[in-house]
Design a protein around this ligand. Structure first.
Ligand code: ADP
Ligand code: ZN
Length: 288
């Protein structure tokens, strides 16, 4: 049986057809322009592919509450044209198959939990550090939604006194995304993050912010694994620095077998940047 997977992002839509083993048979990428243009490309792509369900891991905020009138909508996004857009309803109507739906970051976490480094782990979080910062949360084997869905990127983490930069979040002057996302690195240091690989002070400060956020997530969500993905995390030198900050800030308080082995506890995403599309595929398999 084949399924459709959509990783819906603010700049591009990754669409793929895969089977129940997580094997992809085909894939296409479309730019995210207006909903009418982009959705038409997506529908045309899937139309004759004989898929039995679609999964969408979507940028947000989104409405995940099945009892809500606007379930399946992208809600208050700053992405122009997409606010209050019924993405689930539109895909369901046009393709006539069940549609599974969750946030992009919950999708990535589901991908890792099904096929990657969080296989068999009941409680885990996935953080992406890219254009924005977001996080997916799994508790007792289920993706956490709550009132809306967790917005881990907007946790207030406090700006370091030595930091001459300014938060890039329009809502918060000291949130994680505002201080540590790719655009925040670029605005502080005047160069794109990938061009700063050799500058130690960039990654020391970045690790300070990421490590602080992770300690906070550890305290309030008690994950058994913390997975870090997104463009900025391609800087592999960050990992030892982050673990060091985590260790210092935890200061021995949470002391379990897992937190005593941080190399296994705080890990990079394991699926070659396919975690999102694999999660979307699993959302399709689970759709009803
Ligand atoms: P998005 O978040 O838009 O889905 P990415 O996860 O690739 O996409 O994040 C893009 C951000 O990550 C940009 O700010 C970019 O500068 C930064 N980035 C991309 N690749 C790297 C890299 N190799 N090293 C550091 N930063 C990177
Ligand atoms: Zn914010």
């Amino acid at each position: 049986m084949n399924y459709g997977a959509i990783e819906a992002g603010g700049t591009k839509m990754v669409c793929a057809v895969g089977d129940e083993n997580g094997k992809f048979l085909d894939r296409a990428i479309f730019p995210t322009t207006t909903p009418s243009e982009t959705i038409k490309l997506i529908i045309d792509y899937f139309k004759n592919k004989d898929i039995s369900a679609v999964g969408i891991a979507c940028f947000g905020p989104v409405d995940l509450d099945k009892s809500s009138k606007t379930y399946g909508y992208i809600t208050s996004t700053p992405k122009r044209g997409w606010e209050n857009f019924d993405i689930v309803g539109t895909v369901k109507r046009e393709l006539g198959v069940p549609v599974g739906f969750d946030t992009d970051v919950n999708g990535s976490l589901l991908g890792e939990a099904t096929y990657g480094c969080a296989k068999g782990v009941s409680d885990a979080i996935y953080i992406t550090v890219g254009t924005g910062i977001g996080g997916g949360v799994m508790v007792n084997g289920k993706l956490l939604h709550g009132m809306l869905h967790p917005e881990l990127g907007h946790m207030r983490i406090g700006k370091r006194d030595s930091d001459q930069g300014k938060s890039v979040c329009p809502f918060h002057d000291d949130c994680f995304e505002g201080l540590a996302s790719g655009p925040s690195i670029e605005s502080r240091w005047g160069k794109k993050a990938d061009l700063l690989a050799d500058d130690e002070s960039v990654w020391k400060l970045e690790a300070e912010y990421i490590g602080t956020a992770l300690v906070n997530y550890c305290m309030c969500l008690s994950p058994k694994k913390i997975i870090l993905g997104g463009g900025v995390m391609h800087q592999k030198q960050l990992f030892p620095l982050i673990r060091k900050v985590f260790k210092e800030k935890n200061n021995g308080y949470i002391s379990t077998e897992l937190t005593r082995n941080l190399d296994e506890y705080i890990v990079p995403a394991s699926l070659n940047d396919d975690q999102g599309i694999l999660g979307a595929l699993k959302l399709a398999m689970d759709a009803d």
